[in-house]
Every structure is written in structure tokens, then in C-alpha cells.
Design a protein around this ligand. Sequence first.
Ligand SMILES: NC(=O)c1ccc[n+]([C@@H]2O[C@H](COP(=O)([O-])OP(=O)(O)OC[C@H]3O[C@@H](n4cnc5c(N)ncnc54)[C@H](OP(=O)(O)O)[C@@H]3O)[C@@H](O)[C@H]2O)c1
Length: 254
Amino acid sequence: MADLFSMKNRVVLLTGASRGLGRDMALTLAAAGATVLCAGRTVKELESTARAIARKGGKAQVVPIDITDEAQVREQVEAVVRRHRRIDVLVNNAGIIYREAIVDTPTDTFRKAIETDLTGQFVMAREVGRHMLARKYGRIVNISSVMAILGRASVAGYVAAKHGLVGLTKNLAAEFGPHVTANAIAPGYIRTELNVPLQQNAAFNAMLEQRTAAHRWGKPEDLRGPLLLLSSDAGAYMTGHTLVVDGGLTTILA
Ligand SMILES: NC(=O)c1ccc[n+]([C@@H]2O[C@H](COP(=O)([O-])OP(=O)(O)OC[C@H]3O[C@@H](n4cnc5c(N)ncnc54)[C@H](OP(=O)(O)O)[C@@H]3O)[C@@H](O)[C@H]2O)c1
């Protein structure tokens, strides 16, 4: 049964691999046998992820990409395909957040969130997808959020982009079948640099523990199973789906 989730001989391009959820995802996919191409802007941190993978006997390479730089995305995807001959899996994990009331938010700030959390994923999926379609194989996994289901004050750009990413995932599924699947994961709250202000907020912590059936924050390792399902052949008949991994946050009324 372990073979069902095997990533052996798979080449994975993973954005946001430098820290947080992406770093754990990179280690998970490498441990399952994949060669992980660690993408992001901060090369030093990406190298640290790649070294951690190598220390465990896995295969990794650093690919500097700013997903908001279209020319760079195109260039790097072409370079990866030249070097590795293929990209089997794209994990669109990179993301940012800003926290500001709508009435105080400059348009450029909102635009930046959409650029990084939605347009960048579109460009990555288009450039990698073209190549997957030609090869007749591919898995695209977009990392959305429970903020694709709920709204929340002060994070309008993030909420709008994450809702959009669920829609984009459905459209990728519609256009990229039958050999390329596209799915999303919508994680609940998982401690990373992205949500330090919430981790430090006692009222938020109490609310989260009470509202989740799991009574706790998520951990990066909570995403390992869902990620492998959607990245491997185990999820071959799933496409256009958003898998919510939130300890019950959006399914129970507590
Ligand atoms: N943590 C949570 O509770 C949670 C919940 C739901 C969804 N998510 C989603 O999960 C993903 C990862 O979040 P995280 O919590 O791990 O955040 P994080 O610790 O802040 O990491 C974000 C990653 O995205 C990369 N990144 C940001 N802008 C980029 C750009 N323009 N080009 C390339 N890479 C870029 C960052 O690397 P560089 O800055 O070096 O480029 C970093 O590796 C995000 O999409 C986030 O929205 C997180």
C-alpha cells in the first residue's frame, strides 16, 4: 500500500520551500522519494531546506524564483525542464499576507496580495501546465486556506486571493484533464511566520482552541498525508477538489 503514495522518480517543483509549511512539504515529498526543486526568493533559506533533505539521503535542488516575476518564472521553468526533462508535480505553496482594515488599505497593498497569492499561481500553473499537458502527466496542488471559505476582518487581499485560488483550481481541472489533475489544500491555522501576530494573541488562541474539534493549532506535519494524496497516484481520480485540513474549524459550530 505504501507504493500508492510513493513519489519515487517524481520531480516536484515546490514554491515557498524556504520555510514554514513549504519546508516541511519539501522534506515530506523528498522522504517519499521525489527530487524536490525548492523554489522561492531567499536562496540562503532554500539552500538550508535542500541541505536538510540531503542530510536525510533525499534529492533536492534550489531554484530561485519570484513567482510575481513572469519572465523569471518562464525562464526557470524552461531551465528545470531542460535539466530534469520533466516536472511531475507543481506545489503552488508560496504566499504572503498583510493585515489592515479595508478602509486603510492602499490599492497597491491589495494588488500585491493578489499578485503573490493568486496571479503568481496562475502563471506557475500555466507555464508548468503547458509542459505537463505535452507529457500527459501532472499533479498540481495549490495551497489555499480556510480563508477560501470564511471571511475575516483585516485580511481582505488574502481572503479574495484564496477564494480565487479555489476557483482557479477548478478551472485548471476543467482544462488540464484527463492526464493532469489540479487540486487545492485549504489548511486551517498552522503555526508559522505568517501568523505570528495571531500566535501572540491570547483571545485568538482561546477562540481557535474552542472552535476546532481538535482543540489545537495545526502543525506542519498535519498536511503531510493530504499533500502526498494529491501529489501521488493515490489521488488519480481526484481533480478540481479542495481538501480542507483544519481540525474542524469550518465544519463545526462551537
Ligand atoms: N500557516 C498557516 O496557518 C496557513 C494556513 C492556511 C494557508 N496557508 C498558506 O500556506 C502557504 C505557506 O504559508 P506559511 O505559513 O508557510 O508562510 P511563511 O512561513 O510566511 O512562508 C511563505 C513562503 O512563501 C515564499 N514566498 C513569498 N512570496 C514569494 C514570491 N513572490 N515568490 C516566491 N516565493 C515567495 C516565502 O519565501 P521567500 O520570502 O524567501 O520568497 C516562504 O517560503 C501560503 O500560501 C499560505 O497562505 C498557511
